[in-house]
Design a protein around this ligand. Structure first.
Ligand SMILES: [Cu+2]
Length: 238
C-alpha cells in the first residue's frame, strides 16, 4: 500500500481508497513508463546514427495504425477495471449512508472550522451540545454522520487519514459518514481554495477511545462547565 506508507489509514474505508490509489498508480503508471521508455529509446537510438533524410509516413495505413490500436486495447481494459473498482468504492463511501451512532455538525467559514458535538445525550441541536473551533473530537470505532455546512464560500472538509474529502457549499447541508478506526490526533485541512486565508484553515481531529471520549464529553458539556465555574450554583441546586 503506497498511501499507507505515507499516511496512516484511520477510517473504515481508508484502505479501500488506498487500494484504488495503488490500482490506478499501477494501471496508469506502468503504461506511462513503457511509453516514456519507447519515446526516449527511439530518440537516442536514431539520433545517434547519422542517417539519411527520415522517411515520411502519414501513419494512416493499416500497417502502421495497428500499433496504435493494439496499444489502445490494454488501456481500455485497464480503464474498465479502474471504473468497476472505483464505482464500487464510491458507492460505499459517498452514496451509501450506514446508520449513525452519533452525528457531528461541521461548519466551514473564512477561515476557521466550527464543530458541534452532541453532548452527553448524544443528540445534536440540544442544550448540552459542545461547540469547538478547529478541534473535532470523535470516538474510535463509532460510526458518525457529519452535517457539513458553509457560512460563506465553497470550502472542502478534508481529513487525509480518513481519505475523506467533501465540498462544503453555502446554503446546503451535506450529510456524509465516517468511522474512525485508529486513535490519535491528526490533521483536518480545507481542500478548496476559499480565499486569501485558505492555507490558514487547518484543524485537528482527536480520535479517542470510547471511554476517553466519554470523559471529554462529560468534562466539556456546557452544564459541567457551568458547574465548574460557579460551584456555588451546585450547592444552591440542592
Ligand atoms: Cu476553506
Amino acid at each position: 500500500m503506497i498511501l499507507e506508507s505515507l499516511l496512516p489509514a484511520a477510517s473504515s474505508y481508508a484502505r479501500d481508497i488506498g487500494f484504488l490509489f495503488d490500482l490506478i498508480t499501477l494501471l496508469v503508471g506502468v503504461p506511462f513508463l513503457i511509453a516514456c521508455y519507447l519515446f526516449f529509446a527511439f530518440i537516442f537510438r536514431f539520433a545517434a546514427k547519422k542517417v539519411d533524410k527520415a522517411m515520411y509516413i502519414t501513419g494512416y495505413e493499416h500497417e502502421y495504425m495497428k500499433w496504435i490500436h493494439r496499444a489502445h486495447v490494454p488501456i481500455l481494459v485497464f480503464d474498465v477495471i479502474i471504473v468497476i473498482f472505483a464505482v464500487n468504492v464510491w458507492y460505499n463511501v459517498k452514496q451509501n449512508l450506514p446508520e449513525a451512532e452519533s452525528t457531528v455538525r461541521v461548519i466551514a467559514q473564512q477561515w476557521a472550522w466550527t464543530f458541534v458535538h452532541p453532548g452527553p445525550d448524544n443528540t445534536l441541536d440540544t442544550a448540552d451540545d459542545i461547540t469547538t473551533v478547529n478541534e473535532l473530537h470523535v470516538a474510535k470505532d463509532t460510526l458518525y454522520h457529519y452535517k457539513l455546512e458553509s457560512k460563506d464560500v465553497l470550502h472542502n472538509f478534508s481529513v487525509p487519514v480518513f481519505r475523506l474529502k467533501q465540498d462544503a457549499i453555502p446554503g446546503r447541508v451535506i450529510t456524509g459518514w465516517f468511522e474512525p478506526t485508529l486513535a490519535g490526533e491528526y490533521d483536518i485541512q480545507c481542500a478548496e481554495i476559499c480565499g486569501i486565508g485558505h492555507g490558514l484553515m487547518p484543524a485537528r481531529i482527536h480520535i479517542e477511545t470510547p471511554s476517553q471520549h466519554a470523559a471529554w464529553v462529560a468534562e466539556n458539556s456546557p452544564f459541567s462547565l457551568a458547574k465548574a465555574s460557579a460551584p456555588e450554583l451546585e450547592v444552591a441546586e440542592r
